[in-house]
Design a protein around this ligand. Structure first.
Ligand SMILES: [Zn+2]
Ligand SMILES: [Zn+2]
Length: 307
């Protein structure tokens, strides 16, 4: 049975060139296991821009209109009758995924990002309403409680939003490759010298990856988290001489995302952000393209109220 719906204010793009503009979208009323969240802040991720402009059409064509946003921070306003983990008033977050089958081996291992039936927060099929999922550039969102995360109350909400994509994307591979105290870690873009144990490559443009692989020590690993559209050329000699490895990583599962948020809470870690009203989102995209930005953008959703 199709659930009942309500209207929510949002910002959407009608085409790759239209830019984002104010609109109203349909959200389902919470079903038994759903949590309705009033969105306080939503980070701007580069994938928002790629998707809005349909730049990943080969891998993931954009369905228009699109409402992007998958770094969502907000407060619970309503819960379904079977929800056990959350209650109205809780500070919560939603990242890149909003659903999965829950039954496959990956889901059972808490690695929902690899589930063949994983549903992204925006531009994925919406099984409830038959349309596509709409993301966090909106005043509210309704999500299955399995994909809702708890936010430590000491964290600043605007600055915690980017943890939901950028944060887990960097945390998960470091965890997987055993980065602990005493390891030398390089992050491409920040530079560094000699003998690294682990390099995190977040560059999403074409670049000479061999220059970075050659900075790794014996058994060193370079993990790609950026997604350049063109294939990268890897010199075999860069890898074989020192048993180096090259790998990729994409966000993280729900248990690991919660672990990352709790870790950030315990150590008071958030992102450096530039808070903007939603009305400046198109300008923010232009600045991203010109690299005219020092910090990650976090959209203050209170600005949607005046639309
Ligand atoms: Zn992202
Ligand atoms: Zn699954």
């Amino acid at each position: 049975m199709q659930p009942t719906t309500y209207n929510a204010k949002a910002y959407s793009a009608a085409s790759p060139t239209s830019g984002l503009a104010s609109t109203k979208i349909n959200r389902r009323d919470p079903t038994d296991r759903d949590v309705r969240i009033e969105i306080l802040f939503c980070g701007i991720c580069h994938s928002d821009l790629h998707s809005v402009r349909n730049e990943w059409s080969e891998f993931m064509a954009t369905n228009y209109p699109i409402v992007p946003g998958h770094e969502i921070l907000g407060r619970v306003t309503k819960v379904g009758s079977a929800v056990t983990k959350y209650k109205p008033g809780d500070l919560v977050a939603v990242g890149c995924m909003v659903d999965s089958d829950g039954t496959c081996a990956h889901c059972k291992a808490g690695l929902e990002q690899f589930c063949p039936n994983m549903i992204l927060t925006f531009n994925s099929p919406d099984k409830h309403l038959g349309s596509v999922t709409y993301g966090g550039y909106s005043e509210s969102i309704v999500v299955d409680e399995r994909f809702v995360l708890r936010v430590p109350s000491n964290l600043n909400a605007a600055a915690a939003a980017p943890l939901l994509c950028a944060g887990i994307t960097t945390y998960s591979p470091m965890h997987h490759w055993g980065v602990t105290n005493g390891k030398k870690v390089g992050v491409v873009g920040l530079g560094g010298l000699g003998s690294f144990d682990f390099i995190l490559d977040a560059v999403s443009a074409d670049h000479d990856i061999n220059a970075y692989i050659n900075l790794l020590g014996v058994n060193g690993n370079l993990t790609l988290v950026g997604a350049p559209a063109k294939p990268l050329g890897v010199a075999a000699f860069s890898l074989i001489g020192r048993r180096r490895s090259l790998s990729g990583s994409m966000i993280g599962g729900i248990p690991e995302t919660q672990e990352m948020l709790d870790f950030c809470g315990a150590h008071n870690i958030t992102a450096d952000v530039e808070v903007i009203p939603i009305q400046k989102v198109n300008e923010a995209y232009e600045r991203l393209l010109k690299s005219d930005v020092k910090y990650r953008f976090s959209i203050d959703m209170a600005s949607l109220k005046s639309e």
